[in-house]
Design a protein around this ligand. Structure first.
Ligand code: ASP
Length: 595
């Protein structure tokens, strides 16, 4: 276990109560002092006939305690040790420990709690099955890595708060017992005891509350907010998550982006990752065109290349499509015939009709292309493709032909599949993605679907296309992306009831439904709503990326499993019939246990 103090910013000498020092603060300057420390027994080692070395750990580090072997100690016993700080004997220093030059001698050890043997090793490097870790989360959290993650998270929160305060934002809490909002996620429902048959929902985000705070004149609001969404869980998703949520009045998109840039810069610094320079921006259209995703990982190149014009007159069926996108594969030598066949299958599973590969080989007269379609390629097509993709001997070109967006998306995913390990994990590349389409498509019932949420203001220039060509309307919304992960999104909002009603009607929300569900927002807009906009980014995800974890569960003290269970408390649990009665509800017998 590493022993470097995990909270350098806290004064470790300021211990109180049962102890007067934290173990990690002891140094050779303290030699000769009598101190009392408290902590857990990390390890006991026999030393000679009558002596044992006991490593005592608290959150700040580890100290070696020399004790009589008569003391009955086992790992994870909780002890209080009074001892004298002494220099370790010549040649026994441990340079990997911050306290490695000293030890406590002349000790009196009091056992404050005994401990059963731990179900797993608390040594940091040990690999432990996650279910066991979650079942005994209180022990898992005792480990150095988890202590670090949770403490860095606290520092990030604190830096974000400081950034917000500096920028004139006021922290305001909004209700957890709330009302449904159309932000796209399934909501958790909380039945009301006093209003039988009615229920609250837990907020997917404070979206409408923060807009109301703008109508209320708060000007700049923020909150480190819990959001709850009853959605299937994944590595980067939990039912409840935390985000920095903000909203400001009389601002432009640029202002909101600058508030957030300040906050993430502060958060990165708090995690020991300085962020230099401004965060760049790319339009959604460019991101799709060049990277095939709306959350591009900017740490590596391999951009998509449009080769539609190269094959304008082609006789090859697979290449006669409205749009042809090409990707020059990284690591072409690893692409054996069978891996290429796998890539073709992968492209099809992503919805492509096919994938064409062409390997660049030396020919008698310059470069040639080897491919299942080689013999149908004209000389000009080969030459122009080589020039357009700027390839050299040994490269492999992958081509997908389809509608523009589909071709971009499929090849964008292959770029990620093939390029992932090209990215330097120590590099942090933020990018803004702007100018999203207002609507992402049309659902099965023929209704438009918002890309962000229905409160997003359309781009002024595209207003007149709302009726004629709604799918081409851009919105005033923006996402922040870090290393290929969407950290969060925001938008300038609709602040006028007439525009909001128009968008609701395009989304197929009837007037009655709108007034039932968001009547309070539309009503508020009648009483002088300032133009406003905001943003929210996920703190779980940001922290995970900054501390180098792949899974957000590693930065959440008490997360749920992928199937939504809490293995430590056993939640969710069956509820007694009398509780359902009180809520005026009953539960239908279940055919199968869905947990
Ligand atoms: N409410 C949005 C979300 O949680 C963010 C925003 O538009 O401010 O994603």
């Amino acid at each position: 276990m590493e022993s470097k103090p995990v909270m350098e910013s806290t004064s470790l000498v300021d211990a109180k109560g049962l102890r007067d020092r934290y173990v990690g603060s002891l140094r050779s300057d303290d030699v000769g002092k009598r101190v009392t420390v408290c902590g857990w027994v990390a390890r006991v080692r026999e030393h000679g006939e009558h002596l044992v070395f006991v490593d005592v750990r608290d959150y700040s580090g580890i100290v070696q305690v020399v004790a009589h072997s008569s003391v009955e100690l086992r790992s994870e016993f909780v002890v209080r040790v009074a001892g004298t700080v002494a220099k370790r004997p010549e040649g026994t220093d441990n340079s990997s420990l911050a306290t490695g030059e000293i030890e406590l001698t002349d000790t009196a050890i009091e056992v404050l709690s005994e401990a059963e043997p731990s179900p797993f090793s608390l040594q940091d490097r040990a690999e432990i099955d996650e279910a066991t870790r979650l079942r005994f989360r209180f022990l898992d959290l005792r480990r150095e890595r988890m202590q670090q993650n949770i403490r860095v998270r606290a520092k990030i929160n604190s830096a974000i708060r400081a950034s917000m305060e500096r920028q004139g934002f006021t922290e305001i809490e909004t209700p957890l017992l709330w009302t449904p909002t159309p932000e796209g996620a399934r909501e958790f429902v909380v039945p009301s005891r006093l209003h039988l048959g009615s229920s609250y929902v837990l907020p997917q985000s404070p979206q409408l509350a923060k807009q109301l705070l703008m109508v209320a004149g708060f000007d700049r609001y923020y909150q480190i907010a819990r959001c709850l969404r009853d959605e299937d869980l994944r590595a980067d998703r939990q039912f409840e998550f935390t985000q920095l949520d903000l909203e400001a009045s009389f601002v432009t998109q640029r202002d909101v982006m600058s508030f957030i840039s300040d906050a993430v810069t502060a958060a990165s610094q708090a995690a020991g990752i300085p962020l230099e320079g401004e965060i760049g921006a790319i339009t959604w259209k460019d991101a799709m065109d060049r990277f095939g995703v709306d959350k591009p990982d900017m740490r590596y190149g391999n951009e998509l290349i449009d080769v539609t014009s190269v094959f304008a007159g082609t006789s090859i069926r697979a290449l006669s499509a409205p749009c042809l996108k090409a990707l020059v594969a990284p690591n072409p030598s690893s692409l054996t015939r069978s891996r290429l066949d796998n890539l073709v299958d992968r492209a099809k599973s992503l919805g492509a009709k096919g994938l064409l590969w062409l390997r660049v080989i030396p020919g008698s007269d310059g470069l040639q292309l080897e491919s299942p379609v080689s013999k149908f390629l004209t000389e000009d097509e080969s030459k122009n493709l080589v020039a357009a993709t700027n390839v050299s001997d040994g490269d492999v070109i992958l081509i997908v032909g389809d509608e523009w967006q589909k071709a971009c998306e499929v090849l964008g995913q292959l770029r990620i599949d093939l390029g992932r390990n090209q990215a330097n994990p120590g590099e942090f590349r933020y990018v803004w993605v702007i100018d999203f389409p207002l609507f992402e498509g049309i659902d099965e019932e023929g209704r438009l679907v918002s890309t962000h949420h229905p409160f997003t203001m359309p781009n002024q220039e595209d207003f007149d296309k709302l009726a004629s060509d709604p799918l081409s309307v851009r919105s005033q919304s923006y996402d922040l992306v870090l290393n290929g992960w969407e950290l969060g999104s925001g938008s300038i909002r609709i602040h006028r009831g007439d525009i909001q009603s128009r968008i609701f009607s395009l989304l197929g929300v009837t007037e009655e439904e709108a007034s039932n569900r968001f009547g309070f927002l539309l009503e508020a807009f009648k009483y002088g709503a300032p133009p406003h906009g905001g943003f929210a980014f996920g703190i779980d995800r940001l922290t995970a990326l900054l501390v180098g974890e792949e899974n957000i569960r590693e930065v959440i003290a008490f997360p749920k499993t992928q199937s939504g269970s809490d293995l430590m408390t056993g939640a969710p649990k069956q509820i007694e019939a009398k509780v359902w009665d009180l809520l005026g509800l009953s539960v239908k017998p279940q055919k199968k246990d869905l947990s």
